[in-house]
Design a protein. Sequence first.
Length: 356
Amino acid sequence: MLKINTTILHKTYLHNSCIINAQPANVMRKIMGQTKKKKFYESNQNPVLPIISNNFGKSPIETKITGNSRRSNMLNKIFMKHVTDIMATGEYSSEISGLGIEINKVKVSPDYKFLNVYWMGSDASKYDEIEKLLKKNAGYLRHELATLRVIGNIPNIVFVKDKSYDKVAQVQERLAIADFGEDYEPRSISEEYKTEFELLAVLDHATKNKVEEFELTSSHEIANEYISELPPMPQNVLGLDHARIMKKIKKGINTSRATHRTIKPTEWAEWSEFKNSQLTNEDPVKFSNSQEQRKAFKNFLKQRQLLRCNNIDVDKNWTFDREYTKEILRERYEKSMQFEEALEEEDYITEESEHL
């Protein structure tokens, strides 16, 4: 009987310990929100109405993507510089140079996926050829921009024809062909906007001619002012200053062509006469064999080296102060000698003076 009771007590003790350990775990699970129970949601039984598109506003998909405007402006300027430089001096510059292409603007898309390069040409008949050539060279241009490491991923380059400039050019061509009648007289822009004054006084024929001449000259001057001059082509393409290099080359050419560097033919003739007039050794030293010649040459070198060493020793001991003191002492010595000679001449008694 005693054994049975002990076993029962032992079992109940183990069971109670499991329950006690599970309670704090359940509390923590409730605090953390990890419950096993699923929430119940009521089903929406309301009828679904069809969505009507808003004609007065844009849908959220069609909204414009706005990026960093400051960054895009900086990239536009940098790409404009590099694109024009590569097209002017790149591998395909010889194909592009004769077509009269001008890059008007470079603009990066807001999502930085496309780089729109706006161009315009002088001859409308070559537009198809220009478009094919630019599309062919777009990949090469993108590769060159990638080597410059402007940004990490270079966007795809798309060449776009500038429609505004194209329309203006078409209007000008049609106006040039148009017939305005026989009475039409072409006038400049300055004459159209020029204010005219009325004179009530009667003028002479000579003064009228002078006024007309003055108006013609003034109109030509004003028209020349409105002519747009092309800006100078930059010479610092891809960081290499071509103007500075050419300036150095021209400077070197001018210095080499200076008067003191050029030799006249008369000077060559004088030099040849001088060389011919120089005396030659008619009786040179002759040696019996090569050994004697070598010995004589060695002796000559030794003598030359000794002379050089002597000169070096003299030069080592030479100083300006020492030379200056030597000159002063020499001058003093000469003055003292002259003074002594003068004294001796005065103190010397001749025979005539002794007789007297």
